[in-house]
Ligand binder design. Structure first.
Ligand code: AMP
Length: 219
């Protein structure tokens, strides 16, 4: 499949993308994961992106398009791809259209994950991450807590609240989403590509996405 996942931070795009990629071996392409890896490795890209990410702001479109120009040309994307966290702005969506045209690829559809704001806020503020860069296991202090003394169950490192998961950064990420990313819903609706999914459970959402008629899916 060749799809874009749209949705606010905390809507579950990452989990849904992972589950979808297991269905037909399409690859999950997450700009957030690519950027976090670059920050961890201390690359030029990582150094340029870090301050934006920590504040909950978007990384400039030009940097994101440099990443995606390279990533979508890689062989594994020929199996299909699930774009998770990209595009995030109208200029990115327009640039993606141009890039896919040049590659001779058509998107199957755009899945918009709709999750109520209170659910999103609760999910984001209760999220914790293992501080070991090699592990980065995700926890939730309510539904999937670390050990009682706050350590990772997998590797034993301290579990922390990420810089972009402080309340201030979260509110900024949600505001940025409303201002810059939500307009993509209308953009893709106008192109006849949008499908909306009320998404309270990632598993159920994947079940619904799987019901998409075969003729809509390219592979
Ligand atoms: P995510 O894991 O998708 O929430 O992304 C984490 C952070 O990476 C975001 O808050 C942004 O700072 C940055 N980021 C990820 N994807 C994009 C994108 N497509 N455009 C701009 N910034 C992005």
């Amino acid at each position: 499949m060749k799809i874009v996942l749209l949705g606010a931070p905390g809507a579950g795009k990452g989990t849904v993308a992972k589950l979808l990629s297991e269905i037909d071996s399409s690859v999950q392409v997450s700009t957030g994961d690519i950027l976090r890896a670059a920050v961890k490795d201390g690359t030029d890209l990582g150094k340029k992106a870090k301050a934006y990410m920590d504040a909950g702001d978007l990384v400039p479109d030009s940097l994101i398009m440099e990443i995606m120009e390279v990533r979508l040309r890689e062989d594994d994307c020929g199996r299909g791809f699930i774009l998770d966290g990209f595009p995030r702005t109208i200029p990115q969506a327009e640039a993606l259209e141009g890039l896919l045209d040049r590659l001779g690829i058509a998107l199957d559809f755009v899945a918009n994950l709709e999750v109520p704001r209170d659910v999103i806020l609760d999910r984001l503020t209760t999220r914790r991450t293992c501080s070991n860069p090699e592990c980065q296991e995700i926890y939730n202090i309510k539904s999937n807590p670390p050990t009682p003394d706050g350590m990772c169950k997998k590797c034993g490192s301290p579990v922390i609240q990420r810089d972009d998961e402080t309340e201030e950064a979260i509110l900024n990420r949600l505001e940025t989403y409303n201002e810059k990313t939500a307009p993509l819903i209308g953009f893709y609706e106008g192109k006849g590509l949008l499908r909306n999914f009320v998404s309270l459970s990632s598993k159920d959402t994947v079940g619904e996405i799987k019901k998409t008629p075969r003729e809509v899916l390219s592979s």
